[in-house]
Design a protein around this ligand. Structure first.
Ligand SMILES: Cc1cc2nc3c(=O)[nH]c(=O)nc-3n(C[C@H](O)[C@H](O)[C@H](O)COP(=O)(O)OP(=O)(O)OC[C@H]3O[C@@H](n4cnc5c(N)ncnc54)[C@H](O)[C@@H]3O)c2cc1C
Length: 463
């Protein structure tokens, strides 16, 4: 007697009939979809699907709903908190082949894209049209993944996070229905804000299949600089005072001396010393940029800043920002073979010194290597705690350090995650930050939109 096919086998057979060889069960592909850039123990999905349009995504989700099989949306797998780990198996739906720019409007400064488009691809597409898309995580990730994690980057202090730059979404719900969450209007007072509900939902409420984005005009003038400081406190105070006097900086990134040494070595930066630094960028008219730069220079000088190394030509600027974007890999390269646990706290700007200098003390006390860098213009900073993920004692120490940094940030009125999200790694912090009542509301939203619990199960909530 032949055994009945399991639910997963039934889904695989039907999905293969739908997608042909775009439904993969080869172990290499399943391994590639078993976790992201995190330290979770990998879990293999039963299969990986590569749809190329909304109808295929909807058909796959409908199938999984019928059979009660988990569905894990997958963009580029760069998330840092175990988001894409298919902890209960099922189907990993890889959206990277849905990567078309569908429409660009120069008149309205917006565009419609598929979720697999990366910001690098979009900016390349827009390059000759005088527009750009500003949200820039330091990874090559999909804009669908950025929406799902509520991502941001170095430009957020001036242009906002992904949340402020999405006008509307097309989403496949857990039962296969397809909805649009909004219009192209710049603002709307038109019912519950489903766009914002989906942004940051980490694949637990729906699969994003189209995204309408805001674009921005390329500024008339841009200049970037690196300012080196004697102390970390000098750099942090410069950030706080710059924001408090209202200088509209476009980018203001901090690296501590450990991270700067890592960047110098990894990105072959010449002419810099391994001291705490601010990477700055100013956008505007020629006169405006000059005025902003002079104001920040004066503030930095009062705080022990040792002059500005300017990068006015595009090539030097790009090299500088590439080095900043590669800071995570530079940190990892400090101790080859180890993985990084990235903390991601964000605090009110007036409490940044307590949060950041406190974190530095915790790191020194822990004896671990953990460079600090951050989008400090938003009060957000990261430590990349280097750890051998096969050594349980070392992992334990790293998690203790992570916890100390988060607990301090929460006490200062901040959040456990400014941009990376919750996934598996920050579930206990989500409870701590929001409390039982708010968490119960979140759970009831999940229950309403995904009653069978098939969408990215095991994430955000502990059970
Ligand atoms: C070197 C490095 C630097 C980084 N720097 C930053 C940074 O500066 N700022 C920042 O915010 N993050 C940063 N990150 C984290 C990461 O790049 C972001 O979280 C990114 O948004 C993830 O996108 P992804 O395409 O890789 O998504 P994935 O990792 O594939 O998925 C992330 C989550 O989104 C869900 N998802 C993916 N696509 C969809 C979709 N179409 N519909 C619904 N759900 C979906 C997944 O299920 C998962 O829960 C960095 C990571 C690395 C490795």
């Amino acid at each position: 007697m032949t055994a009945m096919p399991t639910a997963a086998e039934s889904v695989i057979a039907a999905a293969r009939a739908l997608l042909g060889d775009r439904l993969a069960t080869a172990s290499a592909l399943r391994e590639q979809h078993s976790r992201g850039e995190d330290t979770t123990t990998p879990t293999l999905p039963d299969a990986v699907a590569f749809p190329t349009n909304t109808e295929e995504v909807a058909a796959l989700v409908t199938l999984c709903a019928q059979h009660g099989v988990p569905v894990v949306p997958f963009g580029a797998g760069t998330s840092l908190e175990g988001h894409v780990n298919p902890v209960r198996g099922g189907l990993s739906i890889d959206l990277s082949r849905m990567n078309n720019v569908l429409d660009v409007s120069a008149e309205d400064l917006d565009c419609l894209i598929e979720p697999g488009v990366t910001r690098q691809q979009l900016n390349e597409y827009l390059r000759d049209q005088g527009m750009f898309f500003p949200v820039d995580p330091g990874s090559v990730c999909t804009i669908g993944g950025m929406c799902a994690t509520r991502a941001s980057g170095t430009n957020a202090v001036r242009y906002g996070t992904i949340k402020e730059n999405v006008l509307s979404l097309e989403v496949v719900l857990a039962d296969g229905r397809v909805i649009n969450t909004g219009s192209r209007a710049r603002k709307a007072s038109n019912g519950y804000d489903l766009t914002r509900l989906m942004i940051g939902s980490e694949g637990t409420l729906g699969i994003i299949t189209k995204i309408r984005l805001r674009l921005h005009g390329i500024p008339e003038a841009t200049s970037a600089a690196v300012c080196q400081f004697e102390t970390l406190k000098g750099a942090v105070d410069t950030v706080i005072q710059t924001l408090q006097v209202g200088v509209p900086v476009a980018r203001m990134e901090l690296v501590d001396e450990v991270q700067m040494a890592a960047c110098i070595s990894y990105s072959k930066l010449e002419g810099y010393a391994p001291t705490p630094c601010l990477f700055l960028e100013f956008h505007g008219t020629e006169a405006g940029v000059k005025e902003q730069a002079e104001m920040v220079q004066a503030i930095a000088a009062d705080n022990g800043g040792k002059g500005f190394a300017w990068a006015t030509d595009a090539e030097t600027r790009n090299k500088l920002w590439k080095a900043r974007h590669d800071a995570y890999w530079a940190a990892i390269a400090l101790e080859p073979g180890k993985r990084g646990i990235a903390t991601d706290v964000c605090v009110p700007i007036s409490r940044l010194d307590e949060a950041l200098l406190g974190a530095k003390q915790d790191i020194l006390a822990s004896g671990l290597t953990a460079p600090i860098c951050g989008h400090v213009g938003d009060g957000n900073f990261h430590t990349v705690i280097l750890v051998d993920d096969k050594d349980p004692a070392a992992l334990e120490r790293a998690w203790e350090l992570d916890k100390a940094i988060v607990h301090r940030a929460l006490k200062l009125g901040g959040t456990c995650s400014g941009e990376h999200g919750i996934g598996i790694g920050k579930r206990e912090f989500l409870e701590l930050e929001h409390g039982p009542e708010a968490l119960a509301v979140m759970r009831s939203i999940k229950q309403t939109l995904d009653p069978k619990g098939i969408l990215n199960p095991g994430k955000m909530f502990r059970n």
